[in-house]
Design a protein around this ligand. Structure first.
Ligand SMILES: Nc1ncnc2c1ncn2[C@@H]1O[C@H](COP(=O)(O)OP(=O)(O)O)[C@@H](O)[C@H]1O
Ligand SMILES: [Mg+2]
Length: 146
């Protein structure tokens, strides 16, 4: 499914609609260049999970864990993974009692699960973003419910 957003609020709203369909154990991969809107989209997911803290880019920490009133959120940004000691445990995040959102997922391509929700984001110009949502495996149901 393809959606165009014209403001960052619209992207948060798309993330929010998706977030309402997510539950613990779900994995969302966010693909797209810097500034495509991946972290903005994650803010919407967090809002739907009942996360009260402000979600911002975890670029320098790789993983941020947020408590949510409905479900916890683990937000991973693997952009700088190559630069750090690469011994963090991906499985702990993708198989835990939380929703796991991963920016720059192809940094660990060989470790990714077989099923996930793929969000591909493209910056068209300053304010327009193209968002392609594809459910792989059991996540097809979520794509269809959107
Ligand atoms: N339609 C839009 N959707 C998302 N972000 C947008 C949009 N229009 C402008 N922006 C801006 O683009 C930037 C996206 O940043 P961010 O979400 O951190 O991207 P990424 O995590 O992909 O690097 C933000 O500064 C945001 O305000
Ligand atoms: Mg980001």
């Amino acid at each position: 499914m393809k959606i165009i957003t014209k403001t960052f609020e619209e992207t948060i709203n798309v993330g929010f609609s998706l977030g309402k369909l997510l539950k613990e154990g779900d994995v969302v991969l966010l693909d797209g260049d810097l500034s495509a809107g991946k972290t903005t989209f994650t803010k919407g997911i967090g809002k739907a999970l009942g996360v009260n803290r402000v979600i911002n880019s975890p670029t320098f920490t790789i993983v941020k864990e947020y408590k949510g009133s409905r479900c916890d959120l683990h937000h991973l940004d693997l952009y700088r993974l190559d630069g750090i000691n690469n011994d963090f445990d991906l499985e702990e995040h993708i198989e835990g009692n939380n929703v796991c959102v991963i920016e720059w997922p192809y940094q660990v391509e060989e470790l990714l699960p077989n099923e996930y929700l793929l969000i591909e984001m493209k910056r068209i110009d300053e304010f327009n973003r193209e968002i392609n949502i594809t459910g792989i495996g059991r996540y097809k149901e979520i794509e269809e419910a959107l």
